[in-house]
Design a protein around this ligand. Sequence first.
Ligand SMILES: [Zn+2]
Length: 161
Amino acid sequence: MKHEISELEWNDYLDGQAPVELRDHIEAHMIGCLECWEFYERLSEATRELGAASEEARLGLPLEDRRMHAMLRGIFSRIKPAGMKSQVEGRLNLLEEVLAPFCGAQAAQSALEAAAQNSPARSLDQVTPENWEPFLDRLSAIAGAMCGATFAGLIRESGRL
Ligand SMILES: [Zn+2]
């Protein structure tokens, strides 16, 4: 991976599990690298929102801590630094992974398809970077109706191209 920081190292750093030398290395690098700094800022924001969403979900759904943690790590490993162009397919997979633990795999897939059908893309395989924004708008609205406003915000953050 570029910038000499692996996904595993980012995960450990964001989890607060990085050893001192790694922490120093990442922080020293971020001071001089705007791209990684912005990446970190985005992840911190997503982490906070996901924490809040998890809290909401915990009140209504029997999600185990371990499962939630596994999901968090899965999400982190898929969010790439801003400079690395994300592919639509990768974003769709990520959105499905964010949705599925909250509403089930079937409903997650249905939500993605409904969002595509009700946006200019018209179908999931026609979603492109050019029609991504209206698609994401629809998906956020659907996610909001299913799981609440915090969750809709999380979907929006996760789906940013
Ligand atoms: Zn960097």
